[in-house]
Design a protein around this ligand. Structure first.
Ligand code: ZN
Length: 207
């Protein structure tokens, strides 16, 4: 079902994204909402159903992974899916002004930002320059994973998604209110480069 026809509920939107990802995994994409009609009708405005924060990694193209089209997702991407005020403002805008039903945080297998941060912590060499921002933002997730007995990259990547989800919930009261009354939900995923699937890492408001 094209995303624009999916019912207005967090669970329905989540199910639609899972189905789209399954089509991507099986190479049975429908490539919905990518025609001239859809492009033209969107001139009147947008009604995306989810906001997605994902890593900027070129191997993680959000719309392709969920087999959706124009106007379906409000996407924010940063290296290592890290947060800053601009990212939080973009997510809040999608929640409050666009009324999205779902917030998705998506990390992935073999994330360079996570690996580089683990390397910096292990080597005791924190980079100077702007790359330092990445390390500063990802390091707490790695330390938390280690405190929980996980000492491998998949464990770090999963914990990082969890930490980002927790921070988004903590900082956006508009999201907390909407999760409480069932209007919105949040999921944290880890995308697998190897088979195209998305692993559910954490969720609140959907199952
Ligand atoms: Zn990455």
């Amino acid at each position: 079902m094209p995303m624009k026809d999916v019912a207005n509920s967090p669970q329905a939107v989540w199910e639609a994204l899972k189905e789209g990802n399954q089509r991507f995994v099986l190479h049975q994409q429908e490539r919905p909402n990518q025609d001239v009609l859809r492009r033209t009708e969107l001139r009147r405005g947008q009604n995306p159903r989810a906001v997605v924060l994902s890593c900027s990694d070129s191997r993680v193209p959000v719309e392709l992974i969920f087999d959706v089209g124009l106007g379906d997702l409000f996407v924010v991407r940063t290296a290592g899916e890290i947060l800053d005020p601009a990212v939080l403002a973009s997510i809040e805008y999608a929640i409050k002004s666009l009324g999205v039903d779902l917030v998705v945080v998506m990390g992935h297998e073999s994330c360079g930002a996570v690996a580089a941060t683990a390397e910096a912590l292990d080597g005791g060499k924190i980079p100077n320059g702007l790359e330092r921002i990445l390390v500063e933002k990802v390091a707490p997730s790695i330390l938390e994973a280690r405190a929980r007995g996980r000492n491998d990259l998949p464990g770090y990547e999963r914990q990082h998604v969890i930490e980002i989800v927790i921070q988004i919930k903590h900082r956006l009261s508009a999201l907390q209110e909407r999760i409480a009354d069932g209007r919105c939900a949040i999921v944290g995923l880890r995308y697998l480069l190897s088979d195209g699937s998305t692993q559910l890492v954490i969720s609140d408001g959907v199952n």
